[in-house]
Design a protein around this ligand. Structure first.
Ligand code: DGP
Length: 210
């Protein structure tokens, strides 16, 4: 009898701007697909090409203004648009790697002062990550990696606030810290080690709280 198909895993890369999370998320997906074509997909949030993501993109580029509560819900809705895609891939044995997830959503909105309970509730029900890799970069190393971009939230003040909030969202049962100060190859190896140790035997869950 053929061996039962193992499920895929959902891995979320979170961290501050210039922590290297986007680069490493891409590297992980490339390396997995090199080993087995079609075995992993990359999903960046926000998905700026989705109907809602297009509006978010315009907001980030300062082309339109949006009410902050609406914006929070739009980021959540953008993630829920991928709910089915994530679950179908995981069921088929395909790994889904996300560059940002609801933890960015909560951290940015708390940093802006929106009500905590409300902010933490809108992503409940999303697929629960098997691992959140938190890219921990020291301020000195982040500064060496260059200045901020021109988008609305790319400011020192916002980054400091998000840096203060993000660690408070940590859940030790599935968050893992990646030392993001290292060079690209060292960090890639650390990420791969964490990836290899994930448990595909346990049932895939939904987020009950954030
Ligand atoms: P990126 O494409 O990774 O550079 O992210 C776009 C910007 O949007 C970045 O400044 C972080 C911010 N961001 C990402 N996800 C969320 C979210 O869910 N809510 C809010 N308010 N901001 C977010």
């Amino acid at each position: 009898m053929a061996a039962a198909q193992k499920r895929g895993v959902l891995i979320v890369f979170e961290g501050l701007d210039r922590s290297g999370k986007s680069t490493q998320a891409k590297r992980l997906v490339e390396s997995l697909n090199k080993r087995a074509e079609g075995s992993a997909v990359l999903q960046a949030f926000p998905d700026r090409s989705s109907p809602i993501g297009k509006l978010i993109d315009q907001y980030l580029k300062k082309e339109i203004d949006l009410d902050e509560h609406s914006l929070h819900l739009m980021f959540s809705a953008d993630r829920f648009l991928k709910n089915q895609m994530i679950r179908e891939n995981i069921a088929k044995g395909i790994d889904v790697i996300c560059d940002r997830y609801c933890y960015s959503g909560v951290a940015y909105s708390l940093a802006k002062g929106l009500p905590e309970q409300w902010v933490r509730s809108s992503d409940v029900g999303l697929p629960k990550p098997d691992a959140v890799l938190f890219f921990d970069v020291s301020p000195a190393v982040a500064a060496q990696r260059g200045g901020f971009g021109a988008e609305r939230l790319e400011t020192a003040t916002m980054q400091q606030k998000v840096a203060a909030v993000m660690p408070t969202l940590r859940d030790d049962s599935f968050w893992k810290t990646v030392n993001a100060d290292g060079d690209l190859d060292t960090v890639e190896k650390d990420v791969f080690r964490l990836y290899e140790n994930l448990n595909r035997e346990k049932p895939f869950e939904s987020l009950e709280k954030i």
